[in-house]
Design a protein around this ligand. Structure first.
Ligand SMILES: *Cc1c(COP(=O)(O)O)cnc(C)c1O
Ligand code: SF4
Length: 328
């Protein structure tokens, strides 16, 4: 059976060689990328490869996904688990940091691997699918924890599950009387929009609200196929939120952020969070100082609709959770 490598939009690129042959990696950069690939997962869907301007060495879509030898250098402040999920894991696959909501990570595969990923030490194509027994243990934890009112499916990317398996997980959670809302954090609508099909939409119909938070960092990620996928979700009654990371060379200007948030609104997505970069290993080339991010967001006030402006947040170290970034 094909493993999903052949997407509707073209082949998914999974190695430095694939990327070079597709014209997305310079020949001189291949050796460095091979070393990066030994440590961190690589994937660029055919859809996203088609969004990249190969003539632009600073292409903001390419920069998010094409490996770079700079990833081999871990800066002194960078850590393996920057959001400190581990100490807040009561049972495998669950992260419980806030009283009323918890994360469920049913798998650690993504359609595409971001070079700045905060979970880059654990995400990957063959990593982290919860076994039936582990999923059962996670479900038992949710059943036994009535303070939880929202379950946030993340990973990895929950929309990489088969619709049947995703639907079973959502239905099981929705059947718990104390669970009021469900949320899915995903890059699938912009990275592999063809996956948002009738079977997937059916899996989201579980009788309780399922919010979808879409991760996108550049206006160009809202291509026609992505907009169509988001429209299918919206028509199915799914409220859409936007999540972005402030990234040097991708969206670190007022113009780029304005275009990104306006592209979200046009796609029916309400910008929710702009995350400051978490200090995961080998990500320093993406860092933007908080003071600069704050000034950028402040410059949007009055220039775009109020609902186009997300909350600028940073994860505190040692698992302190998300805090709005403020002038210090
Ligand atoms: C980010 C996060 C959430 C969700 O937080 P919201 O502010 O509700 O979006 C929940 N649990 C954990 C552990 C998180 O890291
Ligand atoms: S989609 Fe999310 S979890 Fe997956 S690689 Fe990108 S940032 Fe990491």
């Amino acid at each position: 059976m094909p493993d999903g490598d052949i997407t509707r939009q073209g082949r998914t690129l999974r190695s430095p060689r694939d990327l070079r042959e597709a014209g997305l990696l310079r020949a001189e950069a291949e050796a460095g990328a091979v070393l990066v690939a030994e440590r961190f997962a690589i994937s660029v869907t055919g859809h996203v490869a088609g969004l990249i301007d190969r003539a632009d060495p600073a292409d903001p879509v390419a920069r998010q996904y094409i490996p770079d030898a700079a990833e081999l250098v871990t800066a002194p402040h960078e850590v393996d688990d920057p959001t400190a999920d581990a100490p807040f894991t009561p049972v495998k696959g669950v992260v419980h940091r806030y009283p009323d909501r918890a994360l469920l990570k049913p798998l650690l595969a993504c359609p595409i691997y971001c070079r700045f990923c905060f979970r880059r030490e654990v995400v990957g194509p063959d990593g982290g699918v919860l076994s039936e027994a582990e999923l059962e243990a996670a479900m038992a934890w949710f059943e036994a924890t009535p303070a939880i009112r929202e379950v946030i499916l993340t990973g990895g990317d929950p929309l990489m599950l088969s619709p049947r398996r995703l639907g079973a997980i959502l239905a099981r959670l929705a059947a718990m009387p104390h669970i009021e809302t469900l949320r899915i954090h995903t890059r699938v609508p912009v990275a592999d929009p063809g996956r948002v099909d009738g079977a997937l939409l059916g899996a989201l119909e579980v009788g309780k609200p399922v919010f979808v938070a879409v991760h996108a960092n550049h206006a160009r990620e809202f291509a026609p196929a992505a907009i169509a996928a988001l429209e299918r979700l919206a028509r199915a009654g799914v409220p859409l939120l936007g999540q972005s990371v402030l990234l040097r060379g991708v969206n670190d200007s007022a113009e780029a952020l304005e275009e990104l948030f306006r592209a979200m609104l046009r796609a029916r997505v309400t910008p929710y969070y702009l995350h400051a970069l978490d200090p995961a290993p080998g990500t320093a080339r993406f860092a933007v100082p908080d003071s600069e991010g704050l000034a950028l967001l402040q410059s949007l006030r009055g220039r775009v609709p109020g609902h186009a402006i997300p909350c600028f947040v940073r994860e505190l170290p040692q698992g302190g959770g998300k805090r709005p970034v403020t002038a210090s």
